[in-house]
Design a protein around this ligand. Structure first.
Ligand SMILES: [Zn+2]
Length: 320
């Protein structure tokens, strides 16, 4: 079957069209400022329409990955703070609009499935994934299946409490990993620190305005050797390391994959401090050192690919 996968993130949307064999026929990517249910539905519909070119085979099922909390039955979007959505029966509404079955998955889980099937996670028995982007996503895959939990909330690793003195998170708790290692959190810390330093290279990179600094600027400045930027990324990396140590105590993964645009761009600038923090924090040190933490490999469309694979899998199962 020909399937489409769409990944709706807080600031970008990606779509892929896959053939029978899972090969990519077409890809769509764009930034967006969509807020609210109607705008999100229209955006997803637009991307699927763009993928479903009349010259290509018709789309028979659609998988949608979304940065939000879904219940265990994956029919409804309970909350997506970054998209301004709460309690939306997204699967049904999209199926009506698109005229084919639609399956939803949380973006962390969709990304983890893509890493497991096509990326850095191939061969892992228990895979833990962290994605650093607009938010911090996470997922656990055991023996090839997403660990969803009773309420569909297992693997929400972005909400592990890594810093009890940290800022209040969108989830209501304090000091979540998301508040320490997401792109906006990294940018906010860099703005605060850089605005206190006369002639900070990071400010120059952001066009002379500390308020315009983004995580992308921080990564670029760090790669050019800016110490302040390196420190900001190292701090995010250490927060990831504390979360990885917690995850190891709970789920005992044999592989940890670090993905998301921020982490993949920063590479060792986040990865190395994360590894050092795990080695420092984990009580079972010898085991801790044996668990590799590696960068994601399925690319920026990973969540869309995972959602598309999931749609094929569910579609095949529904027919057999
Ligand atoms: Zn939180």
């Amino acid at each position: 079957v020909t399937v489409a996968g769409v990944d709706l993130g807080g600031s970008k949307i990606a779509g892929v069209l896959l053939d029978d064999q899972g090969a990519v026929l077409a890809q769509v990517w764009r930034e967006h400022h969509s807020r609210g249910p109607e705008s999100a539905l229209a955006l997803i519909e637009e991307v699927v329409a763009e993928l479903a070119d009349p010259d290509r085979p018709a789309v028979q099922a659609v998988g949608v990955s979304v940065a939000g909390w879904l219940p265990a039955d994956r029919q409804e979007l309970l909350t997506a703070a970054n998209l301004g959505i709460a309690r939306l029966p997204l699967a049904r509404l999209l199926a009506d609009r698109l005229g084919c079955p639609v399956w939803l998955e949380n973006d962390g889980n969709a990304t983890a499935l893509a890493e497991y099937t096509r990326g850095a996670g191939r061969g892992a028995q228990v895979l833990a994934l962290f994605t650093l982007g607009t938010g911090v996503g996470g997922a656990l895959v055991a023996d090839g299946s997403v660990v969803a939990g009773r309420h569909g909330l297992a693997g929400e690793l972005g909400h592990l409490p890594v810093d009890r003195a940290g800022p209040r998170c969108t989830c209501g708790a304090r000091g979540c990993l998301e508040m320490a290692a997401s792109g906006p959190a990294i940018a906010a810390r860099a703005r605060r620190l850089a605005s206190r330093v006369a002639g900070a290279p990071l400010v120059a990179l952001a066009g002379g305005q500390a308020s315009q600094i983004t995580a992308r600027h921080v990564v670029a400045a760090a790669q050019a050797g800016d110490e302040l930027s390196r420190q900001v990324l190292a701090q995010a990396g250490r927060a990831v390391g504390r979360a990885v140590a917690m995850t190891m105590a709970v789920a005992d993964p044999d592989l940890v994959v670090l993905g998301g645009s921020v982490a993949v761009a920063a590479g060792p600038l986040i990865l190395d401090p994360a590894r050092q923090e795990v080695a420092r924090n984990h009580p079972l040190l010898t085991m801790a050192r044996a668990v590799p933490i590696v960068l994601a490999q399925a690319g920026p469309a990973a969540a869309a690919l995972g959602a598309a694979d999931l749609a094929r899998d569910r579609h095949d199962r529904a027919r057999s």
